[in-house]
Design a binder for this molecule. Structure first.
Ligand code: ADP
Ligand code: 5GP
Length: 216
């Protein structure tokens, strides 16, 4: 079958945020591994300790505070924030390289980082907020994930209300009750956003071609 006709467009930045445990990492990882989605995942730096299941360079780049401060000072981070007492940030270079190549980039970052990116590149950003079906279920998921110490879970639950209160910063809000359904919604948003007229830089040329096409 012939390749589908697609006017050229700028790469988009898709941001997913949620209170800890609502399911954004599960959703971003599923999206990243789907061949249809075909996008790059931004790998953040963090000063927090690695969880047992995490892999350096896959889930995060785990760095010390000194390195984090140096990256900030050298403007190597596109955005950064302190979350649950740790430093987190997005390395600038890989994201800029992907976008320049016309590729879409997926971010799993908090509301503070989302605001920083919105201030710089609103037109190219689509934001999604994931809510848990209930606070009780959020707590169960944090406990079931079994990756954090009880005091870390307690801190994350305590911070969840402040994070949930930021939902209005986001374009789309999804209650992650049934995982497959939530994933279908995320996938649909990505497909729709790829057709946004304002990012289709090749549309004028494509339409000119249609209007001047010789049918004789
Ligand atoms: P976050 O990245 O938002 O902190 P995770 O993606 O790590 O959250 O999900 C927290 C836990 O909840 C994980 O163990 C994950 O497998 C589980 N989970 C995610 N979505 C659902 C869902 N819809 N129903 C039940 N469990 C879920
Ligand atoms: P976790 O420690 O559970 O992996 O992440 C804690 C929080 O930090 C989550 O809300 C996650 O989205 C956020 N986070 C992860 N990486 C970044 C980042 O690079 N920048 C910002 N601002 N937040 C991040």
């Amino acid at each position: 079958m012939a390749e589908p006709v697609r006017p050229a467009r700028r790469g988009l930045i898709m941001i997913m945020s949620s209170p800890s445990g609502a399911g954004k990492s599960t959703l971003t990882r599923t999206l990243k591994s789907s061949s249809e989605a075909n996008l790059d995942l931004s790998i953040s730096v963090t000063t927090r300790a690695k969880r047992p299941s995490e892999i350096e360079g896959v889930h995060y780049h785990f760095i010390d505070r000194e390195t984090f401060d140096r990256m900030r000072a050298h403007d190597e981070l596109l955005e950064w924030a302190e979350v649950h007492g740790n430093g987190y940030g997005t390395p600038r270079k890989p994201v800029e390289d992907s976008l320049k190549a016309g590729r879409d980039v997926l971010f799993d970052i908090d509301w503070q980082g989302t605001q920083q990116i919105l201030e710089r590149a609103r037109e190219d950003v689509v934001t999604i907020f994931i809510l848990p079906p209930s606070m009780r279920e959020l707590r169960s998921r944090l406990v079931r994930r079994a990756e954090d110490a009880p005091e870390v879970i307690a801190k994350r639950l305590a911070n969840a209300r402040d994070e949930i209160a930021r939902y209005a910063v986001y374009d789309y809000v999804i209650v992650n009750d049934h995982l497959e359904t939530a994933y279908e919604v995320v996938r649909s948003i990505l497909i729709a956003e790829r057709f946004k007229r304002t990012r289709a830089v090749g549309l004028d040329t494509f339409v000119d071609g249609l209007l001047t096409e010789d049918l004789s």
